[in-house]
Design a protein around this ligand. Structure first.
Ligand code: MV4
Length: 454
């Protein structure tokens, strides 16, 4: 096992990793940007090194400074968290070259999964069902037109280097295609430095469901159930839960086995998430794979009573997977992402937290780096806290979440707490009948935090 690791991240996930490391008896090094001097991850690690000014490009994305910090402090491994450098294959490669263990999959796997078209092709070869679409990247709109003709409209254009919903274009007719194709190409070039596109049939009223995978360096792979992630806005997830109220036991098992087999086929290592779209006939299709620990991992931890971050560190140090297929989920778990943002305009609301009361009690978990008096810097993402509940049934987990949200007080900045309470009271959410279109429709109907429009 490592004796010291560097945490190349900030906020709640940096704190989450520091906790896991401390519990394993590992010393921790925090890296921080100038405005994060008083952030909890900086204060609670065993050592800290400033890696640059506020802009992420000069600090949390500054590879030479982070590598130097690891070398100066004699850290043996780097945990990248999520975001920032977590899915940068070059960073993983540099770590490997410098003799530092990158806590995540090998650079080659990150690279492959980062090319969404290549990932789609490889997963199809590994027997995962994929959405009907192009076999390769598409050279021009004539070719796109031919493929679209064959599979039928609507179709969706996706950037090969994209992911997470960025740079996607829905096209409903051949007439639209020529125009949308060149727009999508320029967008992909501007956002990802690569204009390459692929296309898929566009699935309407689908569910976004992901399978958690955990794999060691010796070919042992285990799926830890699913997370239902359909409640999202502009591709930012807002509420996640497990089990999915939409899946039946048979489909759940099929998805888990399929993800495990695909992970084995490609020699996956470390934690990973396979994202699927599931249509209303419960056909599931691979969309993309995330090669990092995810924001919503606590939902799985509560259900399976495991510590995924500790497991991830153990696996990176070369330990064999200690979990097996006898592991069973228990009850129901729900996560609400509390963002520091204007609840109506969805723009960030940084500033000083004047007063903070967080919820607690049995089955309530809060992952946050916030404290009374902390000044939220305006430079990074707006995720402030994750409230996670766990109870024997879905209904009880929701009731617990409702109470937890009501007992949360955050003064000084705006948050999306009121929106969460509205969603949790809606009949569609309570009945478990929601898909990826739900939140957009819910907000359009004026059911946002301020109630019906008058
Ligand atoms: C799709 C899709 C429907 N059909 N692909 C969004 C995130 C990224 N991982 C892929 N995403 C989607 N891909 C096909 N072929 C629907 C989504 C999608 C979505 C689309 C519009 C509005 C909200 C959405 C939420 C989740 C997924």
């Amino acid at each position: 096992m490592f004796s010291k690791i560097l945490v190349a991240n900030r906020g709640e996930i940096a704190l989450r990793i520091i906790r896991a490391a401390k519990e394993l008896g590992i010393r921790t090094v925090a890296v921080y940007s100038e405005p994060d001097k008083q952030s909890l991850h900086t204060l609670l690690a065993d050592e800290r090194i400033c890696i640059g000014p506020a802009p992420a490009s000069e600090s949390y994305l500054n590879i030479p400074n982070i590598i130097s910090a690891a070398e100066i402090t004699k850290a043996e491994a780097i945990h990248p968290g999520y975001g920032f450098l977590a899915e940068n294959p070059r960073f993983a490669e540099i770590c490997e070259a410098e003799g530092l263990v990158f806590i995540g999959p090998p650079a080659s796997i990150i690279q492959m999964m980062g090319d969404k078209n290549q990932a789609r092709r490889r997963m199809k070869e590994a027997k995962l069902p994929v959405i009907p679409g192009s076999e390769n990247v598409i050279e021009d709109f004539q070719e796109a037109k031919k493929i679209a003709q064959k599979i039928g409209y609507p179709i969706i254009l996706k950037a090969a280097s994209g992911g997470g919903g960025k740079g996607m274009r829905i096209v409903t007719s051949p007439r639209q295609l020529e125009e949308q194709f060149s727009i999508a190409q320029s967008e992909a070039q501007a956002s990802f430095g690569n204009p390459a596109l692929y296309l898929e049939k566009y699935l309407i009223s689908a569910h976004h469901i992901e399978i958690q995978i955990i794999a060691d360096n010796y070919g042992n792979v285990l799926a830890l159930g699913e997370r239902e992630c359909s409640i999202q806005r502009k591709h930012q997830k807002l509420i996640e839960e497990s089990p999915s109220p939409f899946l039946d036991e048979k489909t759940r098992k099929k998805m888990a086995r399929a993800a495990e087999e695909a992970a084995k086929t490609i020699g996956y290592k470390s934690l990973g998430t396979f994202e699927f779209l599931v249509d209303n006939q419960k056909n599931f299709y691979f969309m993309e794979a995330n090669t990092r620990i995810q924001v919503e991992h606590p939902v799985t931890e509560m259900l399976y009573n495991v510590d995924l971050v500790k497991e991830q560190i153990r696996l990176a140090s070369g330990e064999k997977l200690s979990l097996d297929h006898s592991l069973r989920p228990r009850g129901h778990s729900l996560e609400c992402r509390i963002n520091a943002e204007d609840p109506e305009k969805f723009i960030p609301s940084p500033g000083r937290i004047e007063f903070l009361v967080l919820p607690g009690g049995p089955g309530v978990r809060v992952d946050t780096a916030a404290y009374s008096g902390w000044i939220i810097p305006p430079y990074y993402d707006s995720l402030l806290a994750k409230i996670i509940t766990h109870a024997p049934t879905r209904q009880e987990a929701i009731a617990k979440m409702h109470t937890a949200l009501e007992m949360t007080t955050i003064v000084g900045i705006q948050t999306n707490l009121p929106l969460h309470l509205k969603i949790l009271s809606s009949s569609d959410f309570l009945s478990g009948r929601y898909d990826i279109q739900f939140l957009e429709k819910f907000l359009a109907q004026g059911k946002g935090p301020r109630g019906p429009k008058t």
